[in-house]
Ligand binder design. Structure first.
Ligand SMILES: [Mg+2]
Length: 285
């Protein structure tokens, strides 16, 4: 199954030449759109474009995409997804497989509630199908740093669009995504498993560990250590101790890993987070 790519763009001074917050009536898509955007602002069966902005007017933001994508408002219906700190507008166009998503800021006392784009990016991702790649473009180095600092957003490749280059959209070389989104979801499931398992009342110590191994599956600690080894492997490519193979193939852990293979069409042990041709497991000395 081929998956679309997702490209998320900031609006002011990423797409626009001048900032539109104060004097939006001065500017139109015709006189205020950077050139060169057509290379990345693609929206078809294989590409999805979305906007994450602090702007307050989603229709105005959309108006800049219409000529770029040759879309007609007559064929559009709008869906509103209100969220706590921002709102996502979904613009559905006839003949388009995916809607265009625009996240705009909510304001309190004249200030946007959110100070960065991390929550909008998470919510946009959650409102898209699973994509093969996620890219984020912004003229704000601060916003980009927030994204690269957030481990759960490391599926994004981030691009600085210098706002000192006014008329031409010319992003700098990206900071490449570290992990794919499906791997991030797998890590989340494993972390939830650890929390549940950690909180479970079945704790075996001493003789208990012996019996738990023999009659009740692997001990809680063996399972949690195995999950830690697996999470570390997914993040760094560092091989997993062979002793963890048993706990990973047992009970709910086996189910989580099997579900991953079924959902995303790949086995976890084939995931190579770094260029690394070693097997997933390493023999204990
Ligand atoms: Mg901007």
């Amino acid at each position: 199954m081929t998956r679309p790519t997702a490209t998320i763009l900031d609006f002011d001074e990423t797409i626009t030449i001048r900032h539109t917050a104060r004097n939006k009536s001065l500017y139109t898509p015709a006189n205020n759109t950077k050139t060169g955007l057509e290379k990345v602002a693609l929206h078809d069966d294989d590409h999805i474009v979305a906007i994450a902005t602090f702007h307050y007017d989603p229709d105005y933001v959309l108006s800049y995409l219409l000529p770029l994508l040759q879309l007609d408002l007559a064929d559009m219906h709008k869906e509103v997804v209100p969220l706590t700190h921002h709102t996502i507008y979904k613009y559905h166009f006839q003949g388009k497989k995916y809607p265009i998503l625009i996240s705009i800021a909510e304001y309190k006392n004249g200030e946007p509630i959110l100070k960065d784009k991390n929550i909008p990016l998470r919510d946009i991702t959650g409102n898209l199908p699973l994509c093969s790649e996620y890219s984020f473009y912004d003229d704000s180095p601060q916003n980009l740093k927030k994204v690269t600092d957030a481990e759960d957003l490391s599926y994004f490749s981030t691009y600085l669009v210098p706002n000192w280059i006014k008329e031409i959209f010319s992003p700098l070389a990206p900071r490449k995504a570290k992990l794919s989104y499906d791997v991030i979801l797998l890590i989340k499931n494993l972390e939830n498993y650890k929390i549940q398992r950690g909180a479970s009342p079945h704790e075996y110590r001493g003789w208990g560990s012996f019996f738990s191994f023999n009659f009740l599956g692997y001990s809680k600690h063996a399972k949690i250590r195995a999950v830690d080894g697996l999470i570390n492997y997914l993040k760094t490519g560092e091989q997993i101790d062979i002793g963890h193979q048993g706990p990973l193939s047992d009970g709910n852990l086996a189910i989580i890993l099997d579900d991953f293979s079924k959902s995303y069409g790949r086995n976890w042990y084939d995931l190579r987070p770094q260029i690394d041709q070693q097997p997933a497991f390493i023999l204990r000395e």
